[in-house]
Design a protein around this ligand. Structure first.
Ligand SMILES: *Cc1c(COP(=O)(O)O)cnc(C)c1O
Length: 476
């Protein structure tokens, strides 16, 4: 299995070669040269597997330069009840109206990003050790991604994390979650500014190629292919739990979407042969993706046109993984893809409305949006009808999924976070605080470890200089 760039300008590379890189050298995204196929027979053989075993089977289709035994060890370390402490690692929770939740938020940061990030932590450590090198992950977060990355990388040899967050702009829960980590390789840096300031500092440092290479800076952003591959696993898992050998074989999935990473994995699973009837894409008020699936026009927004909503992890202006789907939509033709992106860069949009029949007909995609009022009403309704408390992002999913439920086709809504993370909106919806999972009960009282810096690139640069491990030392 080799990887290529969506824009055609990269010689085929192995998985381990693309693992630690961001964009392909030509500015495109890396994708597998061909999509591996899974037969109905193989699928049935997978029914009895536990989550970690299933993950090893599926990931081995994308990763052929790491021995199968090692891969099994890595998935066993990522997916176990110590990391995902619920009664079931990825439970299916039935709701009224033909829907179920696929519980992806049982991990350390109570959001689905843990599912992929925990595997990433294991495989980063493994590949860095094999190559005798180290990596300093530099990132900016407004909450979710940063904490998932820190919990995945904590204590891992060869990896340090420098995570910038905006001073005083995260919830008390998010601060406690990130800043209570005492691991030496995790560095929380609170910057006196907003999230965009943090991101600008990251861009400035990562854009300084000399500094970047001297300090081996890397990222764990949502375009990382290993994250997508790890997410494919739970579509198979959900399908296997929602069907049996004798019953209906088709399942639909609804995915609360932002950067198109989560639902892209569903698209890959479907292309691998998993009988997915529909992939329902749900957005909040920032509906750039819903607009594309409705009209065929993709028009990213400016920061000023991007709303701050009560499902903040879906507040995106452009969808960083979308290029991978468009690559398939254009018949995996890198020249056509490159032309479309040229148009996007020059005109600010592209129009693929001539391909609209394929969106649903060939790829199963449909879409819908949800508003703040919808979110509140859905949280209330699901609680009353099914006794399940859902978070605002999952509520966007349930709201949109309802319109696409069909008799005899289970509709699985991906639960992208637990309500405990978004107490304010839950209180607005039901007038009560959401319960905090037992294992996090004392989080608020733990000592916090964070440095406060000015909104200044040079201060952050100096901090990394002082605290980045010397090459080679961390691998011992
Ligand atoms: C990241 C995130 C999303 C959006 O997922 P994408 O892969 O960016 O589409 C939705 N909900 C929650 C809670 C998230 O953290």
């Amino acid at each position: 299995m080799k990887y290529i760039s969506t824009r055609g300008g990269m010689a085929p590379q192995s998985f381990s070669d693309i693992l630690l890189e961001g964009l392909a050298p030509d500015g495109g995204l890396t994708v597998p040269e061909t999509i591996p196929q899974v037969s109905a027979e193989t699928r049935e053989q997978w029914r009895g597997l536990g989550y970690a075993e299933l993950a090893a089977e599926i990931l081995s289709l994308f990763i052929d330069d790491i021995p199968r035994e090692d891969l099994r060890r890595l998935t066993a370390a990522a997916y176990n009840t110590e990391v995902f402490p619920g009664p079931q690692m990825v439970p299916l929770k039935p709701l009224k109206g033909g829907m179920s939740l696929l519980g992806l938020s049982e991990g350390p940061t109570l959001a689905f990003k843990d599912m992929a990030m925990q595997f990433l932590g294991q495989i980063f450590e493994y590949v860095l050790e094999k190559r005798g090198t180290t990596l300093n992950i530099l990132g900016a977060t407004s909450g979710d991604t940063g904490s998932a990355a820190e919990y995945a990388m904590r204590g891992k040899r060869g990896v340090s994390v420098f995570m910038l967050s905006p001073q005083g702009r995260m919830s008390a829960f998010q601060r406690a979650q990130m800043y209570s980590l005492q691991d030496e390789n995790i560095h929380n840096i609170a910057v006196a500014g907003v999230f965009d300031d943090c991101q600008d500092i990251v861009k400035a440092l990562a854009g300084d190629l000399e500094f970047k290479s001297a300090y081996r800076l890397g990222a764990v952003n949502s375009i990382n292919w290993a994250r997508i591959a790890a997410q494919v696993v739970y579509y198979f898992w959900g399908w296997l739990r929602a069907t049996d050998q004798s019953g209906p074989q088709q399942v639909s999935f609804c995915v609360p979407s932002g950067n198109f990473g989560n639902i892209l994995a569903g698209h890959i699973a479907r292309e691998m042969g998993l009988p997915i009837r529909r992939l329902v894409l749900a957005t909040n008020e920032n509906n750039v993706l819903e607009e594309f699936f409705r009209t065929g026009v993709y028009r990213p927004r400016s920061a000023a046109q991007t709303h701050a909503t009560s499902s903040p992890s879906m507040d995106i202006s452009k969808a960083s993984n979308f290029e991978r789907f468009v690559f398939d939509l254009l018949g995996r033709d890198p020249q056509r893809l490159a032309n479309v992106w040229k148009k996007l860069d020059s005109a600010g949009y592209f129009d693929l409305s001539e391909l609209k029949p394929d969106f649903e007909g060939r790829y199963g995609f449909v879409s819908g949006t949800s508003s703040h009022a919808d979110r509140l009403a859905t949280i209330r309704k699901v609680k009353e009808e099914s006794g399940v408390l859902i978070d605002p992002h999952t509520a966007d999913g349930v709201k949109v999924a309802e319109t696409y439920v069909e008799p005899g086709v289970p509709m699985l809504v991906l639960e992208t976070a637990l309500p405990a993370k978004f107490a304010e909106t839950i209180v607005e919806a039901i007038g009560e605080e959401p319960p905090v999972p037992a294992h996090l009960g004392d989080l608020a009282s733990l000592p916090q470890r964070v440095v406060n810096l000015d909104c200044d690139v040079e201060q952050v640069r100096e901090y990394i200089r002082k605290h980045a491990p010397v090459q080679g030392a961390a691998a011992s």
